[in-house]
Design a protein around this ligand. Structure first.
Ligand SMILES: Nc1nc2c(ncn2[C@@H]2O[C@H](COP(=O)(O)OP(=O)(O)OP(=O)(O)O)[C@@H](O)[C@H]2O)c(=O)[nH]1
Ligand SMILES: [Mg+2]
Length: 378
């Protein structure tokens, strides 16, 4: 036991852990009673009550109402403080896995099979799996394919799983932001494995690679036929490539694996800048064959993920990736906030139509108009 004098000397500055614990406690105490109850339920432990509380919290942060946003911010603050305060090896050490591939590649089937392998096949590890989605097209189609329970029905009812369809916030930036925040809620609730499904079209892949620890690209057995397209995709972001539906055509799957592996080697030798982060941890190109439908290759896949994770953790690459992602996220939000503030400014709104008309008519240089409008937003 330490004497009272020593306790008094433990100022927050002298003891960062104590300061963090105090900040966490303050963030929780500051919550209004309803949100305090929500916080307690989210952090209470697995079960139906927790699942409902997680869903409620995520709905709150997906809301566009200003008062909801303020409540969601306070809740997120408290949840983050609570989960970063956990000891190493706890839920703070979550693993974030991004899964992409063209529509119909088998992403949902793969995620369900992988989730069940983690929860039941490796039951002794006590994993908890959360599945989120980034699908900007869901705003148009009126709901994510992930929401279709027939695709992940077994995982959806598993007591240690949590599944949430893509927010339909309209644009990719909004959808990605909500998914990032939902990820924090899942981690605070104790889900140590967070899987994000994204459609492999356009920018959503890059957005999900930018919020996960590892990014996996699902390909079909005939992928080798269009090597140029694959090369472009892979060079940018994939940490691992999976040839799914290998059961359909094993010979084609093996051929695709060989072709993609050699393409990846070539890219590695050329020292593509996007792969520079792999150099420190010496992550070799990996291409695996899987059948999500039959469940073959899943154990090997997870072993590869664990090897990747161990290397990236030991070499510090994983921590660096997260720090860079958090910083990029902060700037993204600042940019979005500034833009919103600019557009909301009364002076800008009054002057915008006139300036726009002049720019379109060619009577005012775009750069001059931009400068004047920015000055107006002051
Ligand atoms: N033969 C075979 N079929 C598969 C395999 N994996 C998925 N499928 C089938 O492929 C179809 C599409 O699977 P999904 O899991 O919905 O694909 P997805 O990539 O999530 O599709 P979107 O969400 O629409 O982009 C379904 O009919 C699956 O049963 C597999 O390993 N082998
Ligand atoms: Mg799907």
């Amino acid at each position: 036991m330490s004497p009272p004098a020593a306790d008094a000397a433990r100022t927050p500055a002298a003891d960062p852990a104590a300061a963090a614990a105090a900040a966490a406690a303050a963030a929780v105490t500051a919550l209004p009673p309803t949100d305090r109850a929500l916080f307690d339920a989210v952090t209470a432990g697995a079960g139906a009550v927790q699942r409902r509380a997680m869903a409620k919290t995520i709905t709150l942060l997906e809301s566009t109402r200003a008062d909801h946003r303020a409540r969601a911010d306070a809740l997120l603050d408290a949840l983050l403080a609570a989960s970063t305060g956990r000891p190493a090896g706890g839920a703070a050490q979550s693993f974030r896995l991004g899964i992409s591939g063209v529509p119909g590649a088998g992403k949902s089937t793969f995620i369900e099979a992988l989730g069940l392998h983690l929860l039941d096949g490796l039951a002794e590890r006590g994993h908890r799996v959360a599945v989120l989605a980034v699908d900007p097209s869901s705003a148009l189609s009126g709901g994510s394919i992930l929401g279709d329970k027939t695709r992940m029905d077994k995982l959806a009812v598993h007591e240690r799983a949590f599944i949430r369809p893509s927010p339909s916030a309209g644009n990719l930036g909004g959808v990605a932001e909500k998914t990032r925040e939902a990820m924090l809620v899942c981690e605070a609730a104790g889900h140590d494995i967070v899987i994000v499904e994204t459609v492999g079209v356009g920018q959503s892949e890059t957005a999900v690679a930018g919020m996960t620890d590892m990014f996996v690209l699902l390909q079909l057995p005939n992928a080798g036929d269009d090597l140029q397209a694959i090369k472009r995709g892979i060079t940018e972001i994939a940490d691992l490539v999976v040839i799914n539906k290998a059961d359909l055509d094993e010979a084609a799957a093996t051929r695709a694996r060989a072709q993609i592996t050699s393409a990846l080697r070539l890219i590695g030798q050329q020292g593509h800048p996007a792969h520079a982060r792999h150099d420190g941890s010496a992550w070799p190109p990996q291409v695996l064959e899987v059948s999500a439908l039959k469940g073959t290759g899943l154990a090997a896949f997870w072993q590869a993920v664990e090897r990747y994770r161990e290397r990236a953790l030991a070499g510090g690459a994983l921590q660096q990736r997260r720090h860079a992602q958090d910083e990029a996220w902060m700037w993204e939000r600042i940019d979005a906030g500034l833009r919103r503030r600019f557009r909301d400014s009364a002076a800008v709104r009054a002057a915008l139509p006139g300036f726009t008309a002049q720019v379109r008519a060619g009577t005012l240089a775009a750069s001059v108009a931009a400068r004047r409008l920015l000055d107006l937003s002051g």
